[in-house]
Write a protein that binds this ligand. Structure first.
Ligand SMILES: Cc1cc2nc3c(=O)[nH]c(=O)nc-3n(C[C@H](O)[C@H](O)[C@H](O)COP(=O)(O)OP(=O)(O)OC[C@H]3O[C@@H](n4cnc5c(N)ncnc54)[C@H](O)[C@@H]3O)c2cc1C
Length: 283
């Protein structure tokens, strides 16, 4: 983990309200694993003062400016504008200075690299799944299921297809792909590939539904939680969730930023998780 003082290379709107930002990030190729995240801050002196967490979409290299010079390493984030921090981010341009703390947290574990994989993304939850798909050796056995409210929420699908991943899209309003929820496709795919491993990221109601489907079929599931967090390094304990063995007498709190954001579903207390995450969002 390092705190980089660095610059924005580009920042483009890719769908209404969704932006893709490329940031100069030397050393990330060596350091970052799929599923990890960064804490982003514009500058200490400017609001919002707190850093904001974002998943890493991909890491790449720009060709050198002149022969003999090293390639420039970059990290890409994709973000949805929802409040003060992301409003500031959307105004950034090439050359603007920013601060990047990371890579942080526990990423996805890949225990059977060549086996069937089903990746389930809800809206912006698709972000950490791209680096995961890119890291898999046999992407012909990887399927991406992506759901959103409408077509504007379905982003970067063609980039997964270019990796060789089969993609399936649903929208709630039927404006793109199949009409309805992505969990319906998950059930269909699990009937066809019952030994698949499932990886998911998205809003809590989607994660709960994915967990219920996987638990009923005894399918291994890893999921990335987007709990609200302030520090990203386990100091503020603002992002704790309850573990499976939690009780009043024997509290078990898991820090989303250090012990997650990726968890195996069996590590979490699903009865209480929904209530606690929803409670924090309303606070
Ligand atoms: C590990 C992790 C990875 C993330 N990756 C991405 C990503 O790749 N792309 C992306 O767009 N966003 C991602 N997020 C969410 C992102 O951090 C928030 O959207 C961002 O911090 C909002 O900042 P803001 O100042 O614009 O909004 P704020 O003014 O702080 O909040 C605006 C509204 O958004 C809600 N909100 C803020 N954070 C979250 C959250 N984590 N979950 C649900 N609602 C929230 C607030 O409750 C509020 O209603 C991630 C969050 C985590 C914890």
């Amino acid at each position: 983990m390092k705190n980089l003082q660095t610059i924005v290379l580009s920042n483009e709107e890719i769908s209404p309200g969704y932006y893709r930002m490329r940031i100069l990030a030397p050393g990330y190729q060596q350091l970052a694993h799929p599923g990890q995240f960064v804490m982003f801050r514009v500058r200490r002196s400017l609001p919002p003062l707190l850093r904001r967490p974002f998943g890493i979409f991909q890491i790449g290299f720009l060709p050198p400016d002149c022969e003999g010079m090293p390639e420039k390493e970059f990290v890409e984030l994709i973000y949805k504008v929802v409040g003060a921090g992301t409003e500031v981010m959307r105004e950034l341009h090439h050359g603007d200075r920013i601060e990047l703390l990371g890579p942080l947290g526990r990423g996805f574990e890949i225990s059977d690299p060549a086996g069937d994989k089903i990746l389930v993304g809800g809206g912006i939850g698709l972000v950490p799944l791209y680096m995961l798909a890119d890291s898999l050796p046999d992407r012909s056995r990887t399927r991406l299921l992506i759901g959103g409210r409408s077509r504007a929420d379905i982003i970067t699908v063609t980039e997964f297809e270019r990796l060789g991943v089969a993609t399936h899209v649903t929208t709630e309003d039927g404006s793109l792909g199949e009409s309805g929820l992505i969990t319906r496709i998950l059930e269909r795919k699990l009937s066809k590939y019952p030994k698949a491993q499932v990886y998911a990221c998205g809003p809590m109601p989607m994660l709960r539904a994915v967990e219920a489907i996987c638990a009923a079929r005894e399918v291994p599931l890893q999921l990335s939680l987007e709990a609200l967090m302030a520090c990203g390094v386990g100091a503020c304990l603002g992002c704790v969730v309850k573990g499976r063995d939690h009780s009043e007498a024997n509290p078990q709190y898991l820090c989303s930023c250090r012990q997650g954001p990726v968890f195996h579903s069996h590590e979490l207390d699903w009865e209480r998780l929904h209530a606690s995450v929803e409670g924090k969002e309303q606070a």
